[in-house]
Design a protein around this ligand. Structure first.
Ligand code: 5FU
Length: 250
């Protein structure tokens, strides 16, 4: 028998971190568990995508360092306005992977100043417990397991990574292709309705599969949405598929 998953409402009531609360509250209000990955390379594309998919998502995931014309005023200021308008959070998928002092500098300095705008960030936990201390004002999603073929996040690695992640107060959840403890939010990338891979190591599952077998909380969809001919409609489809799959998994 499969163990029952917790509902968003139950997770909301148990949540300790303000960002977890906000994510779960948004999911319940919008009836969405969809995070769109905005892997586009210009400010114009990023803002256009955010405007189109905004109504259907709970968060927009960025790789802000791939934006070739990045400018804080022209990129971040309007992006924050769209996040407010459509009620979604900003998730910077930076995957920090260094010592605490360097991560702190990467988080607060440079041109991106991630600390000023991201609601939550991804981080490897390879630097150990204290490397996560600098992410005080945001939620951290720990990279526990990766979706790509041949990843080194074996079960032994995941077990150790989970110990660090689960014990750190800044951590709200993890990225993984395996189940996580109930107290952590599970974010699952590698979701696509049409493809099983991208020829570059990415491996895809359907929303139905990840909710049923992993009890995921939030699906992350990149090319399934932004490469689609109609990203707005694609986001709507993934939102509905994700919500239905969540309800079936209860
Ligand atoms: F941690 C991970 C992971 O294990 N797999 C991922 O695919 C992160 N990702 C990110 O999700 C990746 O960097 C992309 O930004 C996104 C998946 O995009 P896709 O176009 O849906 O494959």
């Amino acid at each position: 028998d499969e163990k029952k998953r917790l509902s968003y409402q139950e997770k909301f009531e148990n949540a300790q971190h303000s960002v977890s609360k906000k994510l779960l509250e948004t999911a319940l209000a919008k009836e969405s568990n969809l995070i769109a990955s905005a892997d586009v390379t210009t400010t114009a594309e990023l803002l256009a995508l955010a405007e189109k998919v905004g109504p259907h998502i709970i968060a927009l995931k960025t790789h802000i360092d791939i934006i070739s014309d990045f400018d804080y005023e022209k990129t971040i200021v309007p992006l924050k306005a769209l996040a407010q308008k459509h009620r979604f959070l900003l998730m910077e998928d930076r995957k920090f992977a260094d010592i605490g002092n360097t991560q702190e500098l990467q988080f607060t300095s440079g041109v991106f100043k991630i600390t000023d705008w991201a609601d939550f960030v991804t981080s490897q936990v390879i630097g150990g417990y204290e490397s996560l201390d600098c992410f005080k004002n945001v939620g951290v999603v720990a990279i526990v397991g990766m979706s790509s073929k041949g990843t080194l996040t074996t079960s032994a690695y995941r077990e150790e990574a989970l110990k660090v992640a689960a014990s750190h107060p800044n951590v709200i959840g993890g990225v993984s292709q395996n189940q996580l403890p109930d107290e952590m939010l599970l974010f699952t990338p590698g979701v696509n309705l049409a493809d099983s891979g991208d020829g570059k190591g990415q491996q895809y599952n359907t929303p139905e599969h990840v909710f049923k077998t992993l009890h995921t909380d939030f699906i992350i969809v990149g090319r399934g949405i932004y490469k689609s001919e109609n990203p707005e409609e694609a986001a709507f489809i993934y939102k509905n598929e994700g919500w239905e799959a969540y309800q079936k998994s209860l």
